[in-house]
Ligand binder design. Structure first.
Ligand code: NAD
Ligand code: TYD
Length: 353
């Protein structure tokens, strides 16, 4: 049997592929365009593993997707491929509409055409798992109950609007055509292989380089952080036993303001890699806020626990320690992703703040 994973060279996708093949012998066909965010070095340990087949290509290339589906006959699609960074969506929304909306539409149409050719038992067993975000629910007022699956969609950034649009397409392809879909809405992830444009790896790598650690606005925006390995185990649980057509919220029960995250990282670095120049907190720098910045997200993850028995295995203390240690142990990976276009991004996003 085979899984088609899209975006499997990105942060969460590559963690998913590595975890999947560590626990199962089911083949993975990995379709990834290798944008700035995709990195085959994440998958280097699978280079000689026949269970992993990598194809560089765009989910929006219908002919390619049709051919891959016909050749590899996957029993499920796990769809990670996306443009994923809010700040990039503010400075250039076009790619988000192209990949997250148009690309998901193309993938759904290819999946529907393939699925309709399957024999009855295979049709019934087929799944399209759409990996989405809690940001589709928009801003949560201080003190308001965490997002349940019933919460209205109120996306506020070009990124979250494009993900919300893709969630709606996935929903409609189930209701109208009967495609057996599952959708997950997960909170902020962190862990190994995260591209250092996102808060946690950005702060760790800036600290190690002795550069300012940029905190947007007052640093009191709240996110619910989940270790990436826990997201992957939740996705495996949803794929295995999620009810078709349902959505599942995934979160870490770990709401924290950004400034506390940054302070925790500083304390860990002071312990693990003390700096001769003094405590890392000296590098914390408040900078101009992100336009339209949502103040708070929080996930109510009781449905996935009740129905599928999933809860996160890591606490934030254990997960962030592993993550900081991972960055310290993978200086080569960090140096490589920070070369070339990454420098241009840091200049574009931070020089004017
Ligand atoms: P990422 O940016 O690290 O990786 C995205 C991957 O998709 C990259 O490998 C990229 O090359 C690939 N890709 C982009 N456009 C493509 C295209 N047109 N065709 C094929 N491949 C393409 O993202 P991530 O953080 O790993 O997120 C993965 C998914 O999970 C996204 O759908 C994102 O919305 C969702 N998500 C992310 C988080 C988070 O905290 N990072 C939280 C919840 C949900
Ligand atoms: P990010 O990792 O970009 O994820 P998202 O915007 O999808 O939640 O940002 C997490 C939080 O950290 C968000 O509130 C914005 C903030 N942030 C900073 O304060 N400084 C930074 O340099 C970055 C990248 C993010």
């Amino acid at each position: 049997m085979t899984l088609l994973v899209t975006g499997g060279a990105g942060f969460i996708g590559s963690n998913f592929v590595l975890d999947w093949l560590a626990q199962s012998d089911e083949r993975v066909l990995n379709l990834d365009a290798l944008t700035y965010a995709g990195n085959l070095r994440n998958l280097a340990s699978l280079a000689a593993d026949a269970r992993h087949v990598f194809v560089q290509g765009d989910i929006g290339n219908r002919a390619l997707v049709d051919r891959l589906l016909a050749e590899h006959r996957p029993r499920a699609i796990v769809h990670f491929a996306a443009e994923s960074h809010v700040d990039r969506s503010i400075l250039g929304p076009g790619a988000f509409i192209q990949t997250n909306v148009q690309g998901t539409f193309t993938l759904l149409e290819a999946a529907r055409a393939y699925w309709s050719t399957l024999a009855e038992a295979e049709r019934a067993a087929f799944r399209f798992l759409h990996v989405s975000t809690d940001e589709v629910y928009g801003n949560l007022a201080a003190g308001a109950p965490a997002f349940t699956e019933q919460h209205a969609y109120e996306p506020n950034s070009p990124y979250s609007a494009s993900k919300a649009a893709s969630d709606h397409l996935v929903r409609a392809w189930h209701h109208t055509y009967g495609l057996p879909v599952l959708t997950t809405n997960c909170s902020n992830n962190y862990g190994p292989y995260q591209f250092p444009e996102k808060l946690i790896p950005l702060v760790i790598t800036h600290a190690l380089a002795g550069k300012p650690m940029p905190v947007y606005g007052d640093g009191m925006q709240v996110r619910d952080w989940l270790y990436v390995g826990d997201h992957c185990s939740a996705l495996r649980a949803v794929l295995a036993a999620g009810r078709v057509g349902q959505t599942y919220n995934i979160g870490g029960w770990n709401e924290q303001p950004n400034i506390e995250i940054v302070q925790t990282i500083c304390a860990l670095l002071d312990e693990l890699r003390p700096s001769a120049a003094g405590p890392y907190a000296r590098l914390v720098t408040y900078v101009k806020d992100r336009p339209g910045h949502d103040r708070r997200y929080a996930i109510d993850a009781r449905k996935i626990e009740r129905e599928l028995g999933w809860r996160p295995a890591e606490t934030f203390a254990s997960g962030i320690r592993k993550t900081v240690q991972w960055v310290l142990d993978h200086a080569g990976w960090v140096a490589e992703v920070q070369s070339g276009s990454y420098r241009d991004w840091v200049a574009v996003n931070y020089d004017q703040r």
